[in-house]
Design a protein around this ligand. Structure first.
Ligand code: ADP
Ligand code: MG
Length: 399
């Protein structure tokens, strides 16, 4: 009885009808503003239903432009359509997952597992694993395997492009089954990073997913919000504001959905009946904060050492800025203190450039007369997050 009251009151206070719909792993039935891309993917892959080996396909676009959602949608439809006739098999692998794609061996082992085989977690020479993969493909009843490799840029960053080369060459050794590779990348420059031979075979066909504009993001948000929230919780102004923020973040639908979901959670926690603009501003701040802390926390030790050096030096400087030379000296001392290897100045400069690219610092090249050119660094981490970042770094580095 008493418990019922507690449960009832939580339910009646909740602003969500079905929160799961706002999560980024939810796949909506309806995918507005991606008709053209979905049709292109489907047209390129459709002949596979008749057992024809189609071109390989390469898809790219910034994060949150609906690539994963759209390709999985086509993959599901193809699988449904091919039904019981054993012509086609579609497999999806996300290369960003840890422990899946950090070595060529693991990728292959994962693919073999998906096809119903198995390999020991380690121990076999790579060419043996390839033989197993070939073997399982030759003995599978399907004539075609569409292999979707999502976030393929992540795997190549870690293990190079040789596995892609090997993968695209396998068809010449297969008699009963052929592989169609669908690669998806968030990194627009990915194709420039890989070997010419891999590139031409992977991107026989290419499809670009452009960023969504604010109006398109509104449509996406409105559809999902209608199912996810109770009536009258989300008004048009709120939708427009979320869309405007996300449009600024390179048209990222994930960001738009996250913003609205977090704003809903903040409103709920505050016992408000509606989402207000201020909840969105707070949600934006929270998401930014979590993003920065995540980068700080998951960086390599060397990355953390250099970031720590910058924070510490900038904190002590009255102009709140510091030069690359000072960073290197401080970092050098710090490495000796915690007994880790000192990187060369060149590698330190690379990491500083990475920090700049991630938006944690702002670096500016200035001329120092006859001393040549130097970079002046300012911290871009907001003050309220700086303290927390420093704690994370001290903890991780044992300082
Ligand atoms: P990408 O793979 O390009 O990074 P996703 O396909 O993962 O992007 O999409 C990011 C998020 O936005 C997911 O939650 C997805 O469901 C949602 N989303 C993207 N495009 C649409 C759309 N047109 N309609 C509804 N939701 C979408
Ligand atoms: Mg994706």
């Amino acid at each position: 009885m008493e418990l019922d009251e507690i449960f009832d009151s939580v339910e009646s206070r909740s602003l969500f009808k079905n929160k799961q719909i706002m999560q980024s792993n939810h796949s909506p039935e309806d995918i507005p503003h991606r008709d053209e891309q979905i049709k292109s993917v489907a047209s390129i892959l459709a002949p596979s239903l008749l057992g024809e080996k189609t071109s390989n396909l390469f898809i790219y676009g910034k994060t949150g432009t609906g690539k994963t959602l759209s390709v999985q949608h086509v993959a599901n439809e193809l699988t449904k359509r091919s039904g019981e006739n054993k012509i086609l098999r579609v497999e999806y692998l996300n290369c960003k997952l840890k422990k899946v794609a950090d070595t060529e061996y693991r990728i292959l082992a994962e693919l073999i597992k998906k096809l119903g085989g198995s390999v020991p977690a380690t121990g076999l020479p790579t060419d043996q694993v390839y033989l197993r993969f070939l073997d399982i493909l030759e003995n599978s009843p399907e004539k075609l395997l569409i292999l979707i490799l999502d976030e393929i840029d992540q795997a190549v960053k870690k293990i190079g492009d040789e596995f892609l080369y090997n993968l695209t060459r396998l068809n010449s050794e297969l008699n009963n089954t052929q592989i169609i590779v669908v690669g998806i990348s968030n990194d627009l420059r990915f194709l420039d990073m890989i070997d010419q031979r891999v590139r031409s075979s992977l991107s026989e066909e290419e499809i670009v997913f452009p960023p969504y504009n604010a109006v398109q993001l509104q449509d996406i948000l409105r559809k999902r919000a209608n199912e996810a929230f109770k009536p009258n919780v989300v008004n048009e102004g709120v939708i427009a504001k979320c869309a405007a923020y996300a449009a600024r973040e390179h048209g990222d639908a994930r960001r738009a959905l996250d913003l609205l979901r977090v704003a809903g959670e903040l409103a709920e926690r505050n016992s408000d009946k509606k989402i207000k603009i201020e909840h969105i501003d707070n949600a934006n701040e929270k998401i930014e904060k979590d993003k920065i802390l995540d980068v700080v926390e998951t960086g390599t030790k060397q990355f953390q050492m250099i970031l720590y050096s910058i924070i510490d030096l900038v904190d002590k400087d009255e102009n709140k800025s510091v030069f690359t030379g000072d960073i290197f000296d401080f970092y050098d001392q710090l490495c000796k203190k915690v007994r880790i290897d000192v990187l060369t100045q060149r590698r330190v400069s690379d990491i500083i450039a990475e920090l700049d690219m991630l938006g944690l610092i702002n670096a500016r090249v200035i001329s120092k007369g006859r001393h040549g050119r130097m970079r002046e660094i300012k911290l871009a981490i907001p003050n309220n997050i700086k303290k927390k970042s420093k704690e994370i770094l001290e903890d991780s580095l044992g300082l």
